[in-house]
Structures are given as structure tokens and as C-alpha cells.
Design a protein around this ligand. Sequence first.
Ligand SMILES: [Zn+2]
Length: 302
Amino acid sequence: MIIGKPRTESTTLKALKFLNTRMSLSEEDKRYYLNLLKGYEGEIMFDSMTEKLECDCIILNDLLLEVNNSTFQIDTLIITSEIIYPFEVKNNSGDYYYESDKMYTMNKIEINNPLNQLRKNNSLLNRLLHLLGHKLPIVDSVVFINPEFTLYQAPMDLPLIFPGQVHRTLQKVDATQSKLTRQHKLLAEKLVSLHMDDSRFSKLPSYNYHSLRKGIVCKNCHSFLVSISGSACICQNCHTKESVTEAVIRSANEFQLLFPNEKMTTGLIHDWCKIVSSKKRISRILQKNFKQIYLNRWTYFK
Ligand SMILES: [Zn+2]
């Protein structure tokens, strides 16, 4: 097993996480954020199982691809020599029921049927593979990873994998006599090169520099109750310690992600971090850890 593309938090999820600590999100934005977070946690759970595969395969996590002006996202793609396996990972918990190709909560509220997503993805992936000159058959499925999930009345012939079946499904993949060739590896590399960053599709709440709370947040509990003692930042809420250097770098990265078009200057990061009183200290940390760019008579960092 080779991990051809590791999973990382999407730009959207990261931005929402930062915004959630620095401003108050609307109910709707908060729900969206928590949904993304839950989905991501489910994918991590699935990763912990796919990482145990021993057969000759390549795993690509979290691909965002485009074909014929349609974008589609694949949570996990496993390439073996004979079959390509896309998985749509769902972290729903609680009880649901299935009726006439639709999924409902027990209160009869219809939720998105992930099979619709799967079918759409299947046809787009098929088209893309065809364009890339590959004829591998696709065997896709929806994985419900949360052990607290139940779906009543689900027809047996649907490509749904329930929590108690995930392990066995992967065992079946593992049991295939897969022998990857150079072609498979090139395909994997090609798909990774076609992956797009999600930021241009994200729907973030509107925010600006002045509306966000300034300060260094604890890397562990995200509280603002961080104080500086010598070369360390100490959280008064959970007692986590972090070096001032690390904390400033982390905060500067956060600033860059939230304001990609803003030029990062010592003055801005000094204001952003708030609790580091010495501007010189901020300047030294930025000089050492970011690329310094000179523009006319002033300097900024990248
Ligand atoms: Zn803390």
C-alpha cells in the first residue's frame, strides 16, 4: 500500500476553524462548519483502516477533480491493478430509513441520499479515466463509518457499506492479487496533479480584518487565555505550553490563510498576535521563518 495523496484539512475547514474562534458564526455557518468537521473526522476514521491494507495498491485521499466543467470530489480512491475503488465516506450517526431511493431521518425529514453523489461521481470519473486513456472498471460505494449509524429498509443490492462491514470490505480488497504496473502509478500521479484546491468553491461567511478578534489562541483548546512567560506561551485554560516562536509562526500562517491577498508585515502580525509586546521579536521570528520581500521602502513576508 502506498499513500499517493495524504489527507489534510481542506482550506475551507481550516478557515472556518479559525473564524469560529475569532468571530461569532451565524447558526447556519456554524452548522456548516460542524458538518464539515464531522465529515473530516469520519474520513480520518476510514483512513486508519485503509492504511492497514497490505496489497499492492495506491490510496489517494480527498481528490477534487474537474471534467467537462463539472467538479467532483472523491473522499478515498484505491487503485489496484484490476479495479479502481472510489469511496464516499459518511459520518452520520443515529437512525435513518430508506424509501423509494430516498433517505430520511426518523422524523421523516429527507436528507441527501449519498448514492446520488456516488452516481454522479461515477460517471464523471469514468469520463476522466477515458480521457486519460484508462479502462479500469470502477467499483464504488458509500461507507457509513460511524458505529452509531443505522439505516432501516435499505435494499440489499445498493453499494452501501455499513459500520459492521467496513473491515470485511477492505479485507476483500486486500485479498485481490494486485500487481501494479508503471501505468497505474502514472495514473495516480496524473490524478494527484489534477487535484484542485477547494478554496475557490468554499462558501465562507464574510469577514474582514477589523471584525476578527486579535491574539494568539491556544493550539490545544483554542482559547485566547494565552500569556507569555519568557520564551513560552502558556494557556491559562488548559496549561498547554508552546514556544513563542512556534505560536507566532502558527498565528502568521493563520493570518495568511484568512487573508491571502494581504501583504504580511511585521506591523500587521504584531497587531494580529496582540500579546507579544515587542515588535522586534515579531520581526525576528518572521525574518527567520518566512521569505522576506522588499518592495520600494518597505518589507513584507511570504
Ligand atoms: Zn489551552
